[in-house]
Design a protein around this ligand. Sequence first.
Ligand code: HEC
Ligand code: HEC
Length: 361
Amino acid sequence: MKLSLKIAAILFTILFFILMVTRTPIADAQTQIVTAGQSPRFKNIKVLNDMPADQLGKVMNIFAASLGVDCSFCHNTKDYSSDEKREKQTARKMIQMTFDINKANFGGRTQVTCNSCHNGHEHPTSAPNLWPTPAPAEQKQPDPKPTGDQILANYLAAVGGKDKVAKVTSRHITAIRLEPDGKSETEDIWQKGQNIHIVTTYPENVTVTLGFDGTNPWVTSSKGGPVHLNPDDLAQVKRGAQLLFNPDIMSVYKKLDYRFTDEIDGKPIYLVTGTTADGQVDRLGFDVATGLLVRRVAIIRTVLGPFAYETDYSDYRDFGGVKIPTTIKLAQPGVRFTRKVTKVKINAPVADNSIFNEPKK
Ligand code: HEC
Ligand code: HEC
């Protein structure tokens, strides 16, 4: 059984780096971080030597997204260490140039990135756009400012109210996962509070199972057992699971702080930062008109700019008195898909609670 190229590409970002990175000795708080130059997983690192090894996957996805290309633009994908492609060699010069620009002009802070010039194109455009899309009008800032508590109260009322939320204890959900190239996969999802179990079935019966038992997020693949994620990606799997179809935001964030009023797709939103008990900060967007949560963004800084995990929630529909989003768009550099909910069964008994726990090897 051969994986189609597309699945391989999707799994690649999720699985490949992850596997590569975690096979290197994991640095604990006292020991030093393993750099890409030191890591035995990489054979031909010449300019990214000092970057933490677990940023390599993110930085490669940032390159691809910044230039609007895929990995094969710079690589022989059978041997990533090979320098046979001219583009890879040009990219090395570009990396050095970008480091130098930031060092000479911005005190070494990563202000200029590949995307500053390339902006999604192989060849940056030097001439200004003569028909630019007008910048959106500045949003009117509310006075007085709303508080995190008010925004939360609006949100809870918008999804159905605290009592109704408390009455829905589990959901069995069927969804379709749509890829940007038009392909799709089916998903079978169980949710109970923050616990989640998602089986995604790719063509040729390859399944990827993602779960969270309230403490431990995990991913397994029918193509090769458990998948070890690096800490950043694990944290995102955890947060995604905690929020997916779980309207009880305050079980996820300890604190919500209003920042300012912004817009998404022309609609005003309250931009709020959500801080978890372990100190992680997400940016959340709540629709001013409806009160509903429409976006979550988490940002990881790399040596070559921000790597964003973005989730958009829309098409909220009522199931058993509680509204949940039925279109969920996930994006990060190099990975994008849309999850469309097709069926929801509320309070269906979970036959076996152990489905949320990581399967034993
Ligand atoms: C714009 C060009 C470019 C793109 C696109 C790109 N890479 Fe790279 N990649 C490089 C360069 C340059 C290096 C070497 C960096 C160095 O020498 O420090 C590298 C190194 C690597 C390495 C380390 C190889 C080794 O053993 O030394 C891996 C693995 C890798 N890339 C994977 C990927 C993957 C996967 C993608 C697609 C998500 C990708 N790259 C996209 C330019 C690119
Ligand atoms: C200061 C602006 C600037 C920055 C920053 C920048 N580039 Fe470039 N890049 C250019 C220009 C200009 C070209 C030449 C385009 C052409 O030939 O039309 C180019 C060309 C390239 C090419 C060759 C494209 C081809 O088709 O042969 C690659 C690969 C590349 N850049 C990768 C990167 C990567 C990776 C980064 C980030 C590490 C980066 N660039 C950062 C301006 C920039």
